[in-house]
Ligand binder design. Structure first.
Ligand code: MLC
Ligand code: AMP
Length: 508
């Protein structure tokens, strides 16, 4: 056995049993071990060294799993890219991370964007024929003698992944997460939930964010959980996974629960199929209490809601045993310290609202290449400022009540920077001013809308059409404004400063 990261603890435990099934393609732990060794050898042959960045743009697939494990094994850094991204968003990640290898699905946005950079990075294509100068993934994993690629396990402080996430500024930032931090935090939360080899996980989350990739895939790798993976969310697929394929655990974002509830309404018998489940968790955005109650009424299961963040890992969780309180995110996960603070970083009194600040296992090592932004996000005593605002009730359950910044929107579990969308819209011909905000929405959590002030002679309908066109051309689909409201003026204070929180009122 070669030395591996604690994240890969289960890789060698039971070689012949199911590790992952990706849309019907089954993979045992032994096959994943061997395939990832082959890919690791291939990466080493390409010259990938510890600390180098290996980017992936493609669907959930066996290739993704092998590449992830291979990258971790050789101490390189895995950089997942959101497959809904368009060229500019993808280019930013490839350039900012300085990836030396990009593994991409043939014909995808990731493929064309990586190809434009083929002078400085190696393009590896997972399916279809590689172009000139490109490498086929099949060739990468074709090493005759897969050999143990790394002499020592990556130290706990070695960076395992760079996960890009939006912030209050326009451009996404790479969050550096370490082997040790991820392992400690995932072990703590999955231990709390008793997730292990006796379970079978149904995973429909995208595998480019910490929810699906961390809690889902790395969690499965650490704790040996056989996992059924879907390439996209589909309520019927989830129901089938429980009804016929032995699933016991489902982790979703609230929009997925909304979709499951819609499915139950359309086919009332389907909810019963989930009876064999053991655990249904929700995170990435607030689960409306009404969904919590409706899911319990339909299935008998009490959803376990938890809270996390790319930068902090999985921070707060309702109890496994004991009351899972609707509308709350429970208590600090073992190994994590959580406090609520005012603007001066002083702890608020019991019952008052304050910013969630986090210290302990799972915290980011830093924002990639952004020392000042990293420094600014920590308090003097080492707590990370999440920007989320909460209070703890008399029993200690945390309730999230909002965010400090109106420039961060969460829609369907994706974090979106209002500033990034505003930057695109400001470039539209005829737009003088713009403000993008999220409005409450029962299915998506928040719905993106924008208010624009148009230049004197511009035609409002034509401007609206150009805004839609530019958003579609430059932004991932889920970032597009669902409504463009033309207004005479944006709300400003006496000093002329935009009052963003009042923009929502314009929409009635
Ligand atoms: C899709 N659409 C969205 C959207 N996702 N609109 C707003 N917000 C979203 N999140 C739109 C598309 O643009 C399209 O619109 C229409 O929905 C149908 O597209 P689709 O591709 O068929 O959608 P679907 O597959 O149903 O996607 C919905 C979803 C997806 C909920 C499955 O959004 C999703 O996978 N969300 C999970 C995000 C996630 O994993 N977050 C974790 C971050 S980590 P149109 O108009 O073009 O038809 C984190 C830390 C933590 O937050 O604690 O977990
Ligand atoms: P991300 O940056 O994509 O990792 O998203 C992290 C953000 O998601 C947090 O800062 C919160 O705003 C939000 N979030 C995660 N879980 C919850 C939850 N259970 N309730 C409310 N908000 C949540």
């Amino acid at each position: 056995m070669d030395a591996t990261s604690p994240l890969l603890a289960a890789l060698h435990r039971s070689p012949d049993s199911l590790a992952f099934d990706v849309d019907g393609v089954a993979l045992t732990w032994g096959q994943l071990d061997e395939g990832s060794l082959r890919v690791a050898s291939g990466l080493l042959a390409l010259g990938v060294a510890p600390g180098d960045r290996v980017a992936y743009f493609g669907p959930a697939s066996v290739a993704l799993l092998e590449l992830l494990v291979a990258t971790l094994r050789i101490g390189a850094i895995y950089v997942p890219i959101n497959t809904r991204y368009l060229a500019e968003e993808t280019a930013h990640i490839l350039d900012d991370s300085g990836a030396s290898v990009a593994v991409v699905a043939a014909g995808s946005v990731g493929h064309s964007t990586a190809r434009d950079r083929s002078e400085r990075l190696t393009v590896v294509v997972t399916e279809g024929a590689p172009g000139p100068g490109e490498t086929a993934f099949a060739a990468l994993r074709a090493a005759d003698e897969p050999s143990p690629p790394h002499p020592a396990p990556p130290a706990p402080d070695v960076v395992a992944m760079l996960v890009y996430t939006s912030g209050t500024t326009g451009r996404s930032k790479g969050v550096a997460l370490t082997h040790g931090g991820l392992a400690a935090n995932l072990d703590a939360i999955l231990g709390l939930w008793r997730v292990g080899p006796a379970d079978r996980m149904a995973l429909t989350l995208p595998l480019f964010h910490v929810h699906g990739l961390g809690l889902g895939v790395l969690g499965a790798l650490m704790r040996g959980v056989p996992t059924l993976v879907a390439t996209h969310f589909d309520a019927a697929w989830v129901i089938d996974a429980f009804a016929r394929r032995g699933a016991t655990v489902f982790m979703g974002v609230p929009t997925m629960y909304a979709r499951l509830l819609e499915h139950f309404a359309a086919s009332p018998d389907s909810a019963g199929a989930l009876a064999t489940g053991r655990l249904f968790t929700s995170g990435s955005a607030a689960l409306p209490a009404a969904h919590h109650q409706a899911f319990q009424a339909a299935t008998g299961h009490v959803v376990l809601e938890r809270y996390g963040m790319t930068e902090t890992g999985f921070t707060l969780s309702n109890p496994y045993e004991g009351e899972r309180r609707a509308g709350t995110v429970g208590f600090a996960v073992p190994g994590v310290e959580v406090r609520l603070c005012d603007e001066a970083d002083a702890t608020v009194s019991a019952g008052e609202t304050g910013e969630i600040q986090v210290r302990g296992a799972g915290l980011l090592a830093g924002y990639w290449g952004l020392e000042e932004a990293t420094r600014a996000s920590f308090t003097a005593d080492g707590y990370f400022r999440t920007g989320d605002v909460a209070f703890a009730d008399a029993d200690g359950y945390f309730h999230i009540v909002g965010r400090r910044s109106v420039d961060i929107i969460k829609s369907g579990g994706f974090k979106i920077s209002a500033r990034e969308i505003e930057d695109v819209i400001l470039n539209v011909d005829g737009v003088a001013e713009v403000a993008v905000v999220g409005l409450p929405d029962a299915v998506w959590g928040e719905r993106i809308v924008c208010a624009v002030v148009i230049r004197g002679d511009a035609d409002a309908d034509a401007v609206r059409a150009r805004v839609a066109e530019q958003a579609a051309a430059r932004l991932a689909d889920y970032k597009k404004p669902r409504e463009v409201l033309v207004v005479d003026a944006l709300p400003r204070n006496a000093l002329g400063k935009l009052q963003k929180h009042r923009v929502r009122e314009l929409f009635g």
